[in-house]
Write a protein of this length. Structure first.
Ligand SMILES: [Zn+2]
Length: 168
């Protein structure tokens, strides 16, 4: 797995944050053309929770600095709800919420691993932990720093909400 997909990522250098990588609309069109969805599988550590998710082989990953993502090192990519399917382990999931209680932090109650969750930014989709995918389907990924510590001011500067929209 290559850590960066430089060929389709623009680095915004005028941002307050180091390395905010975003693709503009023109680039996004190209991304879809050359970046079809593939089936990734993943799950928790003990193997109770398993899921499949349809997403590009070249993933756009968010690294969030909010209070909980920092503690969990929750690097994740966003998919529409329709692209995610829990294969097993529903009864073993425990959900933790806080603050606005919009985000649903689901984790395996046996091993404690959060392999996916419902993010506050995308309550109609899922955030999937890239480190919880089975090996073999990720070609490369780029990382966008998400300033979740200043969520209200940062959310309007990103296109993260569009990432859980079903494409036509
Ligand atoms: Zn587990």
């Amino acid at each position: 797995m290559i850590a960066s997909c430089f060929f389709w990522v623009l680095i915004e250098t005028d941002s307050l944050h180091v390395h905010i990588a975003r693709s503009n609309s023109r680039m996004s069109g190209q991304v879809e053309e050359i970046n079809p969805l593939v089936r990734h599988q993943g799950g928790c550590h003990c193997g109770t929770v398993k899921f499949e998710v349809w997403a590009p082989a070249r993933l756009h990953v968010y690294n969030c600095n909010c209070s909980i993502c920092v503690k969990k090192q929750n690097r994740h990519f966003i998919v529409p709800g329709s692209k995610f399917r829990l294969l097993q382990g529903e009864d073993s999931l425990t959900t933790y919420t806080f603050n606005t209680h919009t985000a649903k932090h689901m984790f395996c109650k046996t091993c404690g691993v959060q392999s996916f969750y419902v993010p506050r930014s995308n309550p109609d989709g899922y955030g999937v932990a890239i480190h919880c995918l089975d090996p073999g389907t990720v070609e490369c990924y780029d990382i966008e720093e998400f300033d979740g510590d200043n969520w209200e001011t940062h959310i309007v500067k990103t296109d993260i909400k569009q990432r859980s929209e079903d494409k036509k």
